[in-house]
Every structure is written in structure tokens, then in C-alpha cells.
Design a protein around this ligand. Structure first.
Ligand SMILES: [Zn+2]
Length: 96
């Protein structure tokens, strides 16, 4: 099981993805998706093209204990293959 998780690196913990997915304020940014579509990857497992993957605008607010750490990308567009339960690609919009 550990080996499988190593093979597929997640950009974000799944609970963060789910939380963002339910946040309608975040999902209204979906408009710029077209700009990224040209460079987006297909699902490496089933080959679903990026335009048919699920695009979720994800934001991972830093915990108080993480605020002293150097900024990293915590916000942007995440491409998910629902069939494979895979985080296929990520486009950074904002470093926090
Ligand atoms: Zn897939």
C-alpha cells in the first residue's frame, strides 16, 4: 500500500482537495482553465485528456505552525482523474 502511494505523488492531501471542491467561492475562478489546457497532461493511467478531467481550484491555507516556513505554492488549478482517483497535474496561481 505504501508503495502505491509512493508511485503516485499527490500535489495536495485529499481532504484539502475535497474542502476546496465544496467551496463555491473558490470554484468560480474556473474561467482561466482554457489558458492552461494547452500544457495540461492527460491522465497517465487511463489516458483521459485534460479537457475531460475534473479541474478544481485548490487553496491550502497554511497552519499557524507553517507560517514561519518559506512560501510554497498552495493555490492553483488541480486536475483530477475521477476514474483513477489521481491528481494528474497542477498549475500554480499563488504562493502563500
Ligand atoms: Zn485516469
Amino acid at each position: 500500500m505504501v508503495g502505491e502511494e509512493d508511485a503516485v505523488a499527490n500535489y495536495f492531501p485529499w481532504h484539502v482537495v475535497e474542502h476546496s471542491r465544496r467551496d463555491h467561492d473558490l470554484q468560480r475562478y474556473q474561467g482561466v482553465k482554457e489558458e492552461y489546457l494547452v500544457e495540461a497532461r492527460s491522465c497517465p493511467k487511463c489516458g483521459t485528456p485534460p479537457e475531460r478531467l475534473r479541474w478544481v481550484y485548490v487553496r491550502d491555507d497554511p497552519q499557524p505552525s507553517q507560517l514561519s516556513q518559506p512560501p510554497r505554492c498552495r493555490e492553483g488549478y488541480l486536475l483530477i482523474c475521477d476514474a483513477c482517483f489521481l491528481q494528474v497535474d497542477f498549475f500554480c496561481e499563488h504562493r502563500i
